[in-house]
Design a protein around this ligand. Structure first.
Ligand code: ASP
Ligand code: MG
Length: 454
């Protein structure tokens, strides 16, 4: 029994017939590795489906019907482009069934004039079901041995519509029974990302962008050799390339580093979604569909690299609230009181740095702080500065590498650093500075810490 390879392709990778051809070529290349292909809906389809459902539920059935027609048209023309003039009877019948089913639901929504998460899930499921339908037919037309598997038979979830929780034990059992027999070198299994079902067969979804999660769940369930996330970037980069053009893909990074970067808005993947694979010690790679021989990133639970810093990230604008009180030192409960006030006004605090008589916190830039500050000023002085940015240095080796901070500060000499905070997980050193200084600071830090074999 060989371990399968999970190949997940996002919406942009299967956006049209040309993209699907590129994906098929990749699948052929990995055929000896027993591929299990997990697909998203064709790019923008999920949004279009949600829109159609919303229109229908608002009584705009005509608009919804037009959207439905456009959607079916897009899939049919992609099918024709892939397979040629006349579509095989079973594909035509399957497309007609989808069309009918979707139209029935939309009509129903327009009659009841309501839209539950449950209906949304059922509408949205057509996106992935259609993309996999086309793709599996295309692979078959290419002469491959293909099994199209309805993910709802395997991805067992609870009934929390809109973002259901998968049930890994049930999934492992079902995957063993229903997927394993179809896997093997030279064969392909194609299934949908994002969608699942409850034990009693109600369609659910894992939440937006959930296809990565599906891939990781199937990878863990089937003890895959690797989970490949194919997308439109060459992996996770050392910095945002729009700010630092020299940013490079990170060859290997740890799960904690990936999570830290995602928290700063690196939107390549949501770490929670790959957790099942990482926990099962299965490497997750992020690769570029159109540059399959290019570079890529591998994410593992634990990575022992020699470098001090893995990547830089930034978030902003943010605001910094500084509270100063000479009584802070000997007054127990000072911080508790402060955070109770923030809590009451729903001001969510991100970074915290404390000194002898003051504490600084970052919050969102546009939060109204007037009332909270008024209360705080009853026992301390407080001020807020806006338009700041957080610049974070992220690296597993940060804590073990002496001199990194010194190098960072040397690189930033002349820049006013207003706040410094070491993340509790010790892999994140965050600096706060004026938002306008952030791009230049990132470029200088990148040059010092991440270029030239640093
Ligand atoms: N198609 C779904 C979405 O757009 C799931 C995914 O692409 O991962 O959110
Ligand atoms: Mg995605």
């Amino acid at each position: 029994m060989s371990a399968p390879l999970i190949m997940k392709f996002g919406g942009s990778s299967v956006a049209d017939a040309a993209c699907m051809r590129a994906v098929a070529a990749l699948v052929q290349r990995y055929l000896p590795s027993s591929p299990l292909v997990v697909l998203s809906a064709m790019g923008k389809t999920t949004d279009a489906l949600f829109r159609a459902a919303r229109m229908a539920s608002q009584g705009q059935l005509e608009e919804a019907t037009e959207a439905h027609a456009a959607l079916m048209q897009r899939h049919e023309s992609a099918a024709r482009d892939l397979i040629g003039g006349t579509l095989p009877e079973d594909l035509r019948a399957a497309l007609a069934t989808h069309s009918q089913e979707l139209l029935t639901v939309l009509t129903g929504l327009s009659m009841v004039r309501e839209l539950s998460l449950r209906s949304m899930d059922s509408v949205a499921s057509h996106g992935e079901r259609l993309s996999t339908l086309l793709f599996s037919h295309y692979l078959r037309a290419c002469g491959l041995d293909v099994t199209l598997l309805d993910a709802r038979r395997v991805i067992c979830t609870d009934a929390k519509s809109g973002a259901a929780t998968p049930q890994p034990r049930a999934i492992a059992k079902l995957a063993e029974e229903l997927v394993r027999p179809h896997l093997g070198p030279g064969k392909v299994v194609v299934t949908q990302g994002y969608i699942g079902a409850t034990v009693d067969g109600m369609t659910t979804t894992l939440g937006r962008g959930g296809s990565d999660y599906s891939a990781a769940l199937l990878g863990a369930a089937l003890h895959a050799s690797e989970v490949q996330i194919w997308t439109d970037v060459e992996g996770v980069l050392t910095c945002d390339p729009r700010i630092v053009p020299d940013a490079q893909p990170i060859a290997e990074l740890s799960f904690a580093e990936a999570a830290e970067l995602a928290a700063f808005g690196a939107k390549v993947l949501h770490p929670a979604t790959i957790q099942p694979a990482v926990e099962a010690a299965i490497p997750v790679t992020v690769r570029h569909t159109l540059k399959p021989d290019g570079r890529f990133s591998t994410i593992r639970g634990d990575v022992k690299s020699g470098r001090a810093i893995t990547a830089l990230a930034t978030r902003g604008p943010v605001a910094v609230v500084t509270v100063t009180s000479s009584r802070m030192l000997d007054q127990s409960g000072f911080l508790a009181r402060l955070f109770e006030i923030f809590g009451r006004y729903s001001i969510s605090v991100d970074l915290v740095a404390t000194a002898e008589v003051s504490v600084s916190v970052t919050i969102e830039n546009d939060v109204d702080t007037d009332k909270a500050l008024e209360e705080i000023r009853a026992f301390a002085s407080a001020n807020v500065v806006r338009e700041r940015a957080i610049v974070a240095l992220v690296g597993e080796q940060l804590r073990r590498t002496p001199g990194v901070a010194a190098r960072a500060f040397t690189a930033l000499r002349g820049t006013n650093i207003e706040m410094i905070s070491m993340g509790a997980n010790e892999i994140n050193l965050s600096l706060v500075l004026a938002q306008r200084d952030a791009p230049d600071a990132l470029r200088r830090l990148h040059a010092e810490l991440l270029e030239g074999g640093a």
